[in-house]
Design a protein around this ligand. Sequence first.
Ligand SMILES: NC(=O)c1ccc[n+]([C@@H]2O[C@H](COP(=O)([O-])OP(=O)(O)OC[C@H]3O[C@@H](n4cnc5c(N)ncnc54)[C@H](OP(=O)(O)O)[C@@H]3O)[C@@H](O)[C@H]2O)c1
Length: 375
Amino acid sequence: MALTDHDERLLRRAIALARKARFDVEPNPAVGCVLDRGEDGVVGEGWTAPWGGPHAEAVALAVAGERARGATAYVSLGPCGVHAKTPPCADALVSAGVRRVVVGVGDPSPAEAGAGLARLREASIQVDLAEGTLQREADEGLERFRRTLGRRRPWVVLKWAMSLDGRIAAARGSGGAISGRRAQRLLHTWRAHSDAVAVGIDTALIDDPQLTCRLADGPPHGRPQPRRVVFDSSLRLPASSAMVRSAAEVQVLVVCGEDADHARRTALESSDVAVLPVPVVDGRVDLGAALEALYVHGVRRLLVEGGAKIHGAFLKAGLADQVSAFVAPRILGGKDAVPAVEGSGIDTAEAMQDLEEVMWRRLGDDLLMQGYVPA
Ligand SMILES: NC(=O)c1ccc[n+]([C@@H]2O[C@H](COP(=O)([O-])OP(=O)(O)OC[C@H]3O[C@@H](n4cnc5c(N)ncnc54)[C@H](OP(=O)(O)O)[C@@H]3O)[C@@H](O)[C@H]2O)c1
Protein backbone atom coordinates (compact mmCIF):
# COMPACT_ATOMS: atom_id res chain seq x y z
CA MET A 1 0.00 0.00 0.00
CA ALA A 2 1.33 3.48 -0.85
CA LEU A 3 2.26 5.54 2.18
CA THR A 4 0.01 8.48 3.07
CA ASP A 5 1.32 11.89 4.19
CA HIS A 6 0.48 10.83 7.75
CA ASP A 7 2.57 7.63 7.32
CA GLU A 8 5.49 9.59 5.90
CA ARG A 9 5.42 12.09 8.78
CA LEU A 10 5.48 9.36 11.44
CA LEU A 11 8.12 7.30 9.65
CA ARG A 12 10.30 10.43 9.48
CA ARG A 13 9.75 10.80 13.23
CA ALA A 14 10.95 7.19 13.74
CA ILE A 15 14.05 7.91 11.62
CA ALA A 16 14.76 11.04 13.69
CA LEU A 17 14.38 9.06 16.94
CA ALA A 18 16.88 6.49 15.67
CA ARG A 19 19.56 9.20 15.67
CA LYS A 20 19.20 9.54 19.45
CA ALA A 21 20.58 6.00 19.83
CA ARG A 22 23.84 6.79 18.00
CA PHE A 23 27.14 6.22 19.86
CA ASP A 24 25.54 3.98 22.52
CA VAL A 25 24.25 0.98 20.57
CA GLU A 26 26.88 -0.08 18.05
CA PRO A 27 27.54 -2.70 16.75
CA ASN A 28 23.72 -2.92 16.84
CA PRO A 29 21.81 -0.65 14.47
CA ALA A 30 20.33 2.58 15.86
CA VAL A 31 16.55 2.23 15.36
CA GLY A 32 13.52 4.42 16.11
CA CYS A 33 9.89 3.29 16.56
CA VAL A 34 6.58 5.18 16.78
CA LEU A 35 3.25 3.51 17.66
CA ASP A 36 0.21 5.36 16.38
CA ARG A 37 -3.53 4.75 16.73
CA GLY A 38 -4.84 7.13 14.09
CA GLU A 39 -7.44 9.31 15.76
CA ASP A 40 -6.06 8.52 19.25
CA GLY A 41 -2.63 9.71 18.07
CA VAL A 42 0.81 8.45 19.08
CA VAL A 43 0.62 6.01 22.01
CA GLY A 44 4.31 5.17 22.36
CA GLU A 45 7.71 5.86 20.88
CA GLY A 46 11.29 4.88 21.57
CA TRP A 47 14.75 4.22 20.25
CA THR A 48 17.28 1.42 20.75
CA ALA A 49 18.56 1.38 24.33
CA PRO A 50 22.34 1.33 24.91
CA TRP A 51 24.20 -1.90 24.02
CA GLY A 52 22.72 -4.93 25.78
CA GLY A 53 19.42 -3.15 26.46
CA PRO A 54 16.01 -3.47 24.73
CA HIS A 55 15.43 -2.66 21.05
CA ALA A 56 13.39 0.36 19.89
CA GLU A 57 10.17 -1.66 19.37
CA ALA A 58 10.34 -3.06 22.92
CA VAL A 59 10.91 0.42 24.35
CA ALA A 60 7.93 1.88 22.44
CA LEU A 61 5.68 -1.10 23.30
CA ALA A 62 6.52 -0.69 27.00
CA VAL A 63 5.44 2.97 26.80
CA ALA A 64 2.19 2.13 24.97
CA GLY A 65 1.20 -0.90 27.09
CA GLU A 66 -2.32 -2.11 26.22
CA ARG A 67 -2.80 0.86 23.88
CA ALA A 68 -0.47 -0.83 21.35
CA ARG A 69 -3.36 -3.16 20.38
CA GLY A 70 -4.59 -2.15 16.92
CA ALA A 71 -1.81 0.43 16.47
CA THR A 72 0.40 0.99 13.43
CA ALA A 73 4.14 0.67 14.18
CA TYR A 74 6.51 2.95 12.25
CA VAL A 75 10.06 1.57 12.38
CA SER A 76 13.17 3.01 10.76
CA LEU A 77 14.54 -0.55 10.26
CA GLY A 78 12.63 -3.82 9.69
CA PRO A 79 12.00 -5.53 13.08
CA CYS A 80 14.33 -8.42 13.89
CA GLY A 81 12.94 -11.94 13.62
CA VAL A 82 15.74 -14.02 15.08
CA HIS A 83 16.58 -14.50 18.72
CA ALA A 84 19.79 -12.65 19.68
CA LYS A 85 20.60 -10.86 22.98
CA THR A 86 16.91 -9.92 23.24
CA PRO A 87 13.75 -11.76 22.01
CA PRO A 88 12.72 -11.02 18.37
CA CYS A 89 10.94 -7.68 17.98
CA ALA A 90 8.62 -9.12 15.30
CA ASP A 91 7.23 -11.53 17.94
CA ALA A 92 6.80 -8.67 20.41
CA LEU A 93 4.80 -6.66 17.84
CA VAL A 94 2.63 -9.71 17.06
CA SER A 95 1.94 -10.40 20.76
CA ALA A 96 1.10 -6.75 21.40
CA GLY A 97 -1.64 -6.91 18.72
CA VAL A 98 -0.13 -4.32 16.36
CA ARG A 99 -2.24 -4.16 13.18
CA ARG A 100 0.19 -2.76 10.62
CA VAL A 101 3.96 -2.12 10.40
CA VAL A 102 5.50 0.60 8.21
CA VAL A 103 9.20 0.00 7.61
CA GLY A 104 11.86 2.55 6.57
CA VAL A 105 14.31 -0.01 5.22
CA GLY A 106 14.71 -3.80 5.44
CA ASP A 107 17.37 -5.29 7.73
CA PRO A 108 20.57 -5.81 5.66
CA SER A 109 22.07 -8.40 8.01
CA PRO A 110 22.35 -11.91 6.51
CA ALA A 111 21.31 -13.38 9.87
CA GLU A 112 17.98 -11.60 9.49
CA ALA A 113 17.38 -11.95 5.73
CA GLY A 114 13.76 -10.83 6.00
CA ALA A 115 12.92 -13.16 8.92
CA GLY A 116 11.20 -10.39 10.90
CA LEU A 117 9.01 -9.22 8.01
CA ALA A 118 8.10 -12.83 7.16
CA ARG A 119 7.10 -13.41 10.78
CA LEU A 120 4.82 -10.35 10.72
CA ARG A 121 3.17 -11.42 7.45
CA GLU A 122 2.64 -14.94 8.79
CA ALA A 123 0.68 -13.36 11.63
CA SER A 124 -1.46 -11.48 9.03
CA ILE A 125 0.02 -8.11 9.96
CA GLN A 126 0.08 -5.67 7.05
CA VAL A 127 3.67 -4.65 6.22
CA ASP A 128 4.39 -1.57 4.08
CA LEU A 129 7.90 -0.63 3.00
CA ALA A 130 9.02 2.94 2.29
CA GLU A 131 10.43 3.73 -1.14
CA GLY A 132 12.51 6.50 -2.71
CA THR A 133 13.75 9.39 -0.56
CA LEU A 134 12.27 8.13 2.67
CA GLN A 135 13.88 4.73 2.24
CA ARG A 136 17.22 6.42 1.52
CA GLU A 137 16.86 8.57 4.67
CA ALA A 138 16.28 5.43 6.75
CA ASP A 139 19.17 3.68 5.01
CA GLU A 140 21.64 6.52 5.70
CA GLY A 141 21.34 5.85 9.43
CA LEU A 142 22.55 2.28 8.87
CA GLU A 143 26.00 3.12 7.54
CA ARG A 144 27.81 2.16 10.79
CA PHE A 145 25.77 -1.02 11.18
CA ARG A 146 26.66 -2.10 7.63
CA ARG A 147 30.31 -1.56 8.44
CA THR A 148 30.17 -4.14 11.21
CA LEU A 149 28.40 -6.89 9.22
CA GLY A 150 30.63 -9.90 8.69
CA ARG A 151 33.42 -8.29 10.72
CA ARG A 152 34.91 -10.56 13.35
CA ARG A 153 36.10 -7.94 15.81
CA PRO A 154 34.38 -5.78 18.44
CA TRP A 155 33.13 -2.23 17.92
CA VAL A 156 35.90 -0.12 19.49
CA VAL A 157 35.17 3.09 21.41
CA LEU A 158 38.19 5.17 22.48
CA LYS A 159 37.36 7.14 25.61
CA TRP A 160 39.41 9.76 27.37
CA ALA A 161 38.96 12.67 29.78
CA MET A 162 41.26 15.58 29.05
CA SER A 163 42.10 19.03 30.33
CA LEU A 164 41.43 22.09 28.19
CA ASP A 165 45.02 21.79 26.94
CA GLY A 166 44.44 18.23 25.66
CA ARG A 167 46.25 16.35 28.44
CA ILE A 168 45.01 13.18 30.13
CA ALA A 169 47.51 13.12 33.04
CA ALA A 170 50.37 15.07 34.55
CA ALA A 171 53.82 13.87 33.46
CA ARG A 172 53.41 10.07 33.72
CA GLY A 173 51.35 10.64 36.83
CA SER A 174 48.09 9.04 37.82
CA GLY A 175 45.13 9.89 35.53
CA GLY A 176 43.21 11.04 38.62
CA ALA A 177 39.78 12.51 38.01
CA ILE A 178 40.09 15.18 35.33
CA SER A 179 36.38 15.42 34.55
CA GLY A 180 33.51 16.26 36.90
CA ARG A 181 30.90 14.12 38.64
CA ARG A 182 28.35 14.01 35.78
CA ALA A 183 30.96 12.93 33.26
CA GLN A 184 32.21 10.21 35.59
CA ARG A 185 28.70 8.94 36.19
CA LEU A 186 28.14 8.68 32.45
CA LEU A 187 31.44 6.84 32.07
CA HIS A 188 30.28 4.24 34.60
CA THR A 189 27.07 3.63 32.62
CA TRP A 190 29.19 3.25 29.45
CA ARG A 191 31.23 0.59 31.22
CA ALA A 192 28.07 -1.36 32.04
CA HIS A 193 26.96 -1.09 28.41
CA SER A 194 30.26 -2.51 27.11
CA ASP A 195 31.19 -6.18 27.05
CA ALA A 196 34.70 -5.28 28.14
CA VAL A 197 36.77 -2.27 29.22
CA ALA A 198 40.44 -2.14 28.20
CA VAL A 199 43.63 -0.25 29.12
CA GLY A 200 47.31 -0.40 28.19
CA ILE A 201 49.65 -1.92 30.75
CA ASP A 202 51.19 1.47 31.64
CA THR A 203 47.80 2.81 32.73
CA ALA A 204 47.27 -0.40 34.70
CA LEU A 205 50.64 0.09 36.44
CA ILE A 206 50.33 3.83 37.07
CA ASP A 207 46.64 4.13 38.04
CA ASP A 208 45.92 0.59 39.28
CA PRO A 209 42.28 0.97 38.09
CA GLN A 210 39.41 -1.45 38.79
CA LEU A 211 37.59 -0.58 35.52
CA THR A 212 34.26 -1.75 36.98
CA CYS A 213 30.90 0.03 36.83
CA ARG A 214 30.50 1.67 40.23
CA LEU A 215 27.11 3.36 40.30
CA ALA A 216 25.20 3.57 43.59
CA ASP A 217 22.42 1.32 42.22
CA GLY A 218 24.78 -1.06 40.38
CA PRO A 219 24.99 -1.51 36.60
CA PRO A 220 21.82 -0.27 34.78
CA HIS A 221 19.35 -2.65 33.04
CA GLY A 222 20.64 -5.49 35.26
CA ARG A 223 23.79 -5.61 33.16
CA PRO A 224 26.75 -7.66 34.42
CA GLN A 225 30.06 -6.00 35.23
CA PRO A 226 32.15 -5.60 32.05
CA ARG A 227 35.19 -7.83 31.70
CA ARG A 228 38.53 -6.07 32.15
CA VAL A 229 41.21 -6.27 29.43
CA VAL A 230 44.88 -5.25 29.63
CA PHE A 231 47.16 -4.98 26.56
CA ASP A 232 50.38 -6.22 28.10
CA SER A 233 52.93 -7.64 25.62
CA SER A 234 55.31 -9.10 28.22
CA LEU A 235 52.92 -9.74 31.14
CA ARG A 236 54.03 -6.98 33.49
CA LEU A 237 50.66 -6.87 35.29
CA PRO A 238 51.44 -7.63 38.95
CA ALA A 239 49.50 -10.13 41.06
CA SER A 240 49.04 -7.32 43.61
CA SER A 241 47.07 -5.10 41.18
CA ALA A 242 43.43 -4.27 41.95
CA MET A 243 42.30 -6.07 38.79
CA VAL A 244 44.14 -9.32 39.48
CA ARG A 245 43.03 -9.33 43.12
CA SER A 246 39.38 -9.18 42.00
CA ALA A 247 39.73 -11.48 38.93
CA ALA A 248 37.70 -14.26 40.54
CA GLU A 249 34.68 -11.90 40.81
CA VAL A 250 34.98 -9.96 37.53
CA GLN A 251 36.93 -11.58 34.70
CA VAL A 252 40.31 -10.15 33.66
CA LEU A 253 41.71 -10.92 30.21
CA VAL A 254 45.36 -10.08 29.62
CA VAL A 255 46.39 -9.95 25.97
CA CYS A 256 50.10 -10.65 25.66
CA GLY A 257 52.70 -11.56 23.05
CA GLU A 258 53.02 -15.21 22.04
CA ASP A 259 56.56 -15.23 23.44
CA ALA A 260 55.62 -13.81 26.87
CA ASP A 261 57.30 -15.39 29.89
CA HIS A 262 55.78 -18.75 30.76
CA ALA A 263 56.23 -18.40 34.53
CA ARG A 264 54.42 -15.03 34.52
CA ARG A 265 51.62 -16.54 32.52
CA THR A 266 51.22 -19.42 34.98
CA ALA A 267 51.26 -17.00 37.93
CA LEU A 268 48.49 -14.86 36.43
CA GLU A 269 46.42 -17.89 35.45
CA SER A 270 46.66 -19.23 38.99
CA SER A 271 45.07 -15.93 40.09
CA ASP A 272 42.02 -16.55 37.81
CA VAL A 273 43.27 -14.26 35.02
CA ALA A 274 42.65 -15.44 31.44
CA VAL A 275 45.78 -14.93 29.32
CA LEU A 276 45.33 -14.52 25.54
CA PRO A 277 48.63 -14.82 23.63
CA VAL A 278 48.62 -13.18 20.17
CA PRO A 279 51.35 -12.37 17.61
CA VAL A 280 53.46 -9.25 18.19
CA VAL A 281 54.28 -6.46 15.75
CA ASP A 282 57.36 -4.34 16.52
CA GLY A 283 57.58 -6.02 19.92
CA ARG A 284 54.01 -5.19 20.90
CA VAL A 285 50.69 -6.95 20.91
CA ASP A 286 49.16 -6.94 17.40
CA LEU A 287 45.91 -5.09 18.12
CA GLY A 288 44.07 -6.61 15.13
CA ALA A 289 44.85 -10.11 16.41
CA ALA A 290 43.96 -8.99 19.95
CA LEU A 291 40.52 -7.83 18.80
CA GLU A 292 39.90 -11.10 16.97
CA ALA A 293 40.80 -13.02 20.15
CA LEU A 294 38.44 -10.84 22.20
CA TYR A 295 35.67 -11.39 19.65
CA VAL A 296 36.11 -15.15 20.03
CA HIS A 297 35.64 -14.57 23.78
CA GLY A 298 32.30 -12.90 23.07
CA VAL A 299 33.35 -9.24 23.21
CA ARG A 300 31.24 -7.25 20.73
CA ARG A 301 31.58 -3.75 22.20
CA LEU A 302 34.93 -2.72 23.68
CA LEU A 303 35.51 0.50 25.63
CA VAL A 304 39.20 1.44 25.44
CA GLU A 305 40.08 3.77 28.30
CA GLY A 306 43.62 4.69 27.36
CA GLY A 307 46.25 5.61 27.77
CA ALA A 308 47.88 7.77 25.14
CA LYS A 309 49.99 5.07 23.51
CA ILE A 310 47.09 2.67 23.20
CA HIS A 311 44.85 5.40 21.69
CA GLY A 312 47.60 6.25 19.18
CA ALA A 313 48.11 2.58 18.29
CA PHE A 314 44.37 1.96 17.73
CA LEU A 315 43.99 5.03 15.53
CA LYS A 316 47.13 4.26 13.53
CA ALA A 317 45.98 0.67 12.92
CA GLY A 318 42.55 1.89 11.74
CA LEU A 319 40.90 -0.18 14.47
CA ALA A 320 39.01 2.56 16.34
CA ASP A 321 35.35 3.09 15.40
CA GLN A 322 34.32 5.90 17.73
CA VAL A 323 35.86 8.53 20.00
CA SER A 324 34.06 9.72 23.14
CA ALA A 325 36.11 12.43 24.84
CA PHE A 326 35.36 14.63 27.86
CA VAL A 327 36.91 18.10 27.95
CA ALA A 328 37.25 19.69 31.39
CA PRO A 329 37.79 23.43 31.98
CA ARG A 330 41.12 22.76 33.71
CA ILE A 331 44.69 23.23 32.59
CA LEU A 332 47.47 20.73 33.27
CA GLY A 333 50.19 22.45 31.24
CA GLY A 334 53.82 21.46 30.79
CA LYS A 335 55.38 19.78 27.80
CA ASP A 336 55.71 16.47 29.62
CA ALA A 337 52.06 16.09 30.61
CA VAL A 338 50.48 13.10 28.83
CA PRO A 339 48.60 14.01 25.60
CA ALA A 340 45.35 12.27 24.71
CA VAL A 341 46.96 10.52 21.73
CA GLU A 342 50.60 9.53 21.35
CA GLY A 343 52.35 7.66 18.55
CA SER A 344 54.32 8.98 15.61
CA GLY A 345 51.75 11.70 14.77
CA ILE A 346 51.55 13.35 11.36
CA ASP A 347 53.75 15.77 9.44
CA THR A 348 51.19 18.11 7.93
CA ALA A 349 47.76 19.36 8.99
CA GLU A 350 46.22 17.90 5.81
CA ALA A 351 46.73 14.41 7.27
CA MET A 352 44.66 15.22 10.37
CA GLN A 353 42.21 12.55 11.53
CA ASP A 354 38.68 13.94 11.09
CA LEU A 355 35.70 12.53 12.97
CA GLU A 356 32.22 12.20 11.49
CA GLU A 357 28.67 12.94 12.72
CA VAL A 358 30.19 14.82 15.62
CA MET A 359 27.98 15.57 18.62
CA TRP A 360 28.82 17.93 21.48
CA ARG A 361 26.97 17.92 24.80
CA ARG A 362 27.44 19.86 28.00
CA LEU A 363 27.73 17.93 31.30
CA GLY A 364 28.00 20.36 34.21
CA ASP A 365 31.18 22.33 33.51
CA ASP A 366 32.56 19.67 31.14
CA LEU A 367 31.90 19.05 27.46
CA LEU A 368 31.45 15.64 25.90
CA MET A 369 32.38 15.17 22.25
CA GLN A 370 31.42 12.01 20.41
CA GLY A 371 32.22 11.21 16.80
CA TYR A 372 32.81 8.27 14.46
CA VAL A 373 36.21 7.49 12.99
CA PRO A 374 35.74 7.29 9.19
CA ALA A 375 36.18 3.80 7.71
N1 LIG B 1 42.49 10.94 31.71
C1 LIG B 1 42.25 9.79 31.11
O1 LIG B 1 41.20 9.61 30.47
C2 LIG B 1 43.27 8.69 31.20
C3 LIG B 1 42.85 7.40 30.86
C4 LIG B 1 43.81 6.38 30.89
C5 LIG B 1 45.13 6.67 31.21
N2 LIG B 1 45.48 7.93 31.54
C6 LIG B 1 46.89 8.24 31.85
O2 LIG B 1 47.70 7.83 30.73
C7 LIG B 1 49.00 7.51 31.21
C8 LIG B 1 49.43 6.19 30.63
O3 LIG B 1 49.39 6.27 29.23
P1 LIG B 1 50.60 5.70 28.39
O4 LIG B 1 50.44 6.22 27.01
O5 LIG B 1 51.87 5.98 29.10
O6 LIG B 1 50.40 4.13 28.45
P2 LIG B 1 49.22 3.14 27.99
O7 LIG B 1 48.71 3.54 26.66
O8 LIG B 1 48.28 2.96 29.11
O9 LIG B 1 50.01 1.76 27.88
C9 LIG B 1 51.00 1.67 26.91
C10 LIG B 1 51.60 0.30 26.96
O10 LIG B 1 50.70 -0.66 26.43
C11 LIG B 1 51.45 -1.74 25.94
N3 LIG B 1 50.99 -2.14 24.63
C12 LIG B 1 50.59 -3.38 24.28
N4 LIG B 1 50.30 -3.44 22.99
C13 LIG B 1 50.51 -2.21 22.48
C14 LIG B 1 50.39 -1.67 21.19
N5 LIG B 1 50.00 -2.41 20.14
N6 LIG B 1 50.70 -0.37 21.00
C15 LIG B 1 51.08 0.39 22.04
N7 LIG B 1 51.23 -0.07 23.30
C16 LIG B 1 50.94 -1.37 23.52
C17 LIG B 1 52.90 -1.28 25.84
O11 LIG B 1 53.63 -1.92 26.87
P3 LIG B 1 54.27 -3.36 26.55
O12 LIG B 1 55.11 -3.18 25.32
O13 LIG B 1 55.02 -3.74 27.75
O14 LIG B 1 53.10 -4.23 26.27
C18 LIG B 1 52.83 0.20 26.12
O15 LIG B 1 53.97 0.69 26.79
C19 LIG B 1 48.90 7.46 32.72
O16 LIG B 1 49.51 8.63 33.25
C20 LIG B 1 47.43 7.44 32.99
O17 LIG B 1 47.15 8.05 34.23
C21 LIG B 1 44.58 8.95 31.55
